[in-house]
Ligand binder design. Structure first.
Ligand SMILES: Cc1ncc(C[n+]2csc(CCOP(=O)(O)OP(=O)(O)O)c2C)c(N)n1
Ligand SMILES: [Mg+2]
Length: 330
């Protein structure tokens, strides 16, 4: 038996996000999911999750370029990554609400959720934790001779941690098949990126480690998909890491609720004018004759899925108190 162990390979069907309309629908689903969850938490007076409203193109563009055998590790702002991978919004909501039908039986919430059958190994709420863990998973993939690459999502704040440098260095030295995806959304909790960084680009930090990198418009879903396709093709070809930086913006607060009084209104408005969903919708209308009716059809389908998801989660039972210490380290 091999002395090495690795996360189980994905076993559930991973949907393909192929056509331009699929890209748009996947972004609409993420937006609707996060807004509904925020509404539900506001109604119940409970704290909500960290949404990635405005960053949907990053999740959908990258996930559309991955293969079923690939593995994913992500951070606290992960709902879009999971949904784009094909996670069921009802089981995700149930998880956040602490219900038994959640992906981790209601014990992880949004901050530690994993979906083994889709190759989502973990969500790290320790900022930067996903970077070293993903590097370790990529090492185990290599030692076990497995085909999939690893995609690791993290923020611009995480890139300021020492673990970012340690992970990139080891991935370069050990030649690991890993796609580091930095969603540079200008915010690090309540601190603006300008207060913690000299320079504009995280991707500039790859070259000293001999790692290839690119920065693309993270609010352009097709640009993200194309960049992720060429990055993953290079990784599959040469077995080496790649750092992809996606320039985007967090439109809502760090978490819910958050009144965003610390946010510059002009900056927020400028980024809202570059909303990834509106841009893709306009592009489809201009290029592919996509009509208002077509858009309404997509929205209705997404709304029906989110209604069903919320009903499913709310009807799901609470876990039995006797299960408190099962499936956890205790
Ligand atoms: C090691 C660690 N330090 C601090 C925190 C508190 N914290 C949670 S999210 C966050 C900001 C992270 O910023 P970034 O990596 O840019 O991700 P974003 O929230 O913008 O998606 C901080 C400081 C934490 N969870 N872990
Ligand atoms: Mg950030």
């Amino acid at each position: 038996m091999s002395p090495f162990s690795s996360p189980a390979l994905p076993s559930a069907a991973v949907p393909s996000i192929e056509h331009p309309e699929d890209l748009l629908e996947a972004m609409l689903l993420i937006r609707a999911y996060e807004l509904r969850l925020s509404e539900l938490s506001a109604q119940s007076g409970t704290p909500g999750t960290c949404t990635a409203v405005g960053q949907e193109a990053a999740a959908v563009g990258v996930l559309s370029a991955l293969r079923a055998e690939d593995l994913i590790l992500t951070n606290h702002r992960s709902a879009g990554h999971l949904l784009a991978r094909g996670a069921d919004p009802g089981r995700m909501m149930a998880e956040v609400m602490g219900r038994r039908d959640g992906y981790c039986k209601g014990k992880s919430g949004s901050l530690h959720i994993s979906v083994r059958e889709l190759g989502v190994v973990l969500t790290s709420t320790i900022v930067g934790g996903e970077l070293s863990l993903a590097t370790g998973v990529a090492l185990s993939q290599t030692l076990l001779g497995r085909p999939g690459i690893v995609a690791c999502f993290f923020g611009d704040g995480a890139a300021g941690e020492g673990i970012f440098h340690e992970s990139l260095n080891l991935a370069a030295v050990w030649k690991l098949p890993i796609l580091y995806v930095c969603e540079n959304n200008e915010w690090q909790a309540f601190v603006h990126r300008r207060e913690t960084m000299v320079g504009e680009r995280i991707a500039d930090r790859a070259a000293p480690y001999g790692i290839a990198s690119a920065t693309v418009d993270g609010n352009d879903v097709e640009a993200v998909r194309d960049a992720a396709r060429s990055a993953t093709a290079a990784i599959r070809d040469n077995g080496r890491p790649f750092l992809l930086e996606l320039a985007t913006y967090r439109q809502r607060g760090h978490f819910e609720p958050d009144d965003q009084t610390y946010v510059d209104a002009a900056e927020l408005a400028a980024w809202k004018a570059r909303d990834p969903i509106e841009r893709m919708k306009a592009r489809l209308a201009a290029k592919d004759g996509f009509t208002t009716g077509d858009f309404a059809g997509l929205q209705a389908r997404v709304a029906a899925r989110i209604d069903a998801a919320a009903a499913f989660a709310q009807a799901s039972p609470w876990p039995d108190p006797a299960e408190l210490l099962t499936d956890v380290y205790a």
